[in-house]
Design a protein around this ligand. Structure first.
Ligand SMILES: NC(=O)c1ccc[n+]([C@@H]2O[C@H](COP(=O)([O-])OP(=O)(O)OC[C@H]3O[C@@H](n4cnc5c(N)ncnc54)[C@H](OP(=O)(O)O)[C@@H]3O)[C@@H](O)[C@H]2O)c1
Length: 240
């Protein structure tokens, strides 16, 4: 498979290593210094674009790749409000689009545990739920896209929760997310249900960026030759 890396920072470099090990070619590497190379003629060399840049530029980059008729894997977080537009563009152009707030296999399993735990906690009002996320100090968005996904799953599965709040006190209808920024942390997420009697916590700890990179390449392999809108549940064959 021929891959265009849109964004060649920490994640772009990690993805390149995994892609090369799995026998793929990287035919284009885009940073803010050579954005003009993201023209359709250059993109056409690639079977898939893998986009890990920054929240402010993800929409433009993803739409440019989809408009050029290239399948897109999108890992940039913090631009959820524009995902619907990208999904519609993929359908219009008959290409494939897959966005994930977190590409790690472990986190995608953690997501399923989170949904189950939230549904089990219905009818247990003595427990207060909260999410803690810790990332490296270079992370531009807060809370993390993964924490927003976890909160959304809790809101869908736990009665009485309507919204999430960042670094704020626990209102009855909201899921508080506490974002911590610490040097060199690739990504740690904990969901806690706390009562006066006990706490229940589930934690996912990424030891490096390799898990995100492997998941992004697996996703690129999955959408190769397909068209439509997909998720990591499709890649990992997670039912329900
Ligand atoms: N979904 C997941 O599993 C997952 C996992 C980890 C991270 N992420 C997300 O992925 C994104 C990137 O993370 P990172 O750690 O790789 O960031 P990073 O190290 O800051 O790299 C960002 C890259 O994007 C490039 N870039 C910036 N503006 C651009 C533009 N307008 N056009 C093209 N390229 C541009 C940067 O180029 P310059 O250096 O030249 O500016 C750099 O190469 C973040 O949103 C992060 O939250 C997602």
């Amino acid at each position: 498979m021929k891959i265009a890396l849109i964004g060649y920072g920490k994640m772009g470099h990690a993805i390149e290593q995994v892609a090369l090990k799995r026998g793929h070619d990287v035919v284009l590497r885009i940073t803010s210094a050579n954005r003009q190379d993201m023209a359709a003629a250059h993109l056409a060399q690639a079977d898939v674009a893998i986009e890990f840049t920054a929240p402010a530029v993800a929409r433009e980059n993803v739409l440019a790749c989809l408009s050029a008729g290239i399948n897109v894997i999108s890992g940039t977080t913090g631009w959820n409000e524009n995902l619907g537009e990208a999904q519609a563009k993929a359908i219009e152009k008959q290409v494939a689009f897959l966005h994930a707030s977190n590409f790690s296999i472990g986190v995608n399993i953690f997501f399923e545990v989170n949904k189950l735990l939230a549904s089990l906690m219905n009818g247990q009002p003595e427990y207060n739920v909260s999410i803690d996320e810790t990332h490296h100090t270079g992370k531009k968005d807060a809370p993390s896209g993964t924490a927003i996904t976890l909160a959304g799953q809790i809101i869908q599965n736990l009665d009485g929760k309507e919204k999430w709040v960042l670094n704020d006190i626990n209102e009855a209808d909201s899921v508080p997310i506490f974002a911590h920024r610490v040097e060199d942390v690739p990504g740690t997420h904990t969901v806690t249900y706390s009562s006066a009697i006990d706490d229940i916590s589930i934690t996912h700890t990424a030891h490096s960026r390799d898990g995100f990179a492997l998941g992004a390449v697996l996703a690129a392999e999955f959408i190769f030759g397909k068209h439509g809108v997909f998720s990591m549940k499709d890649v990992l064959k997670i039912k329900n």
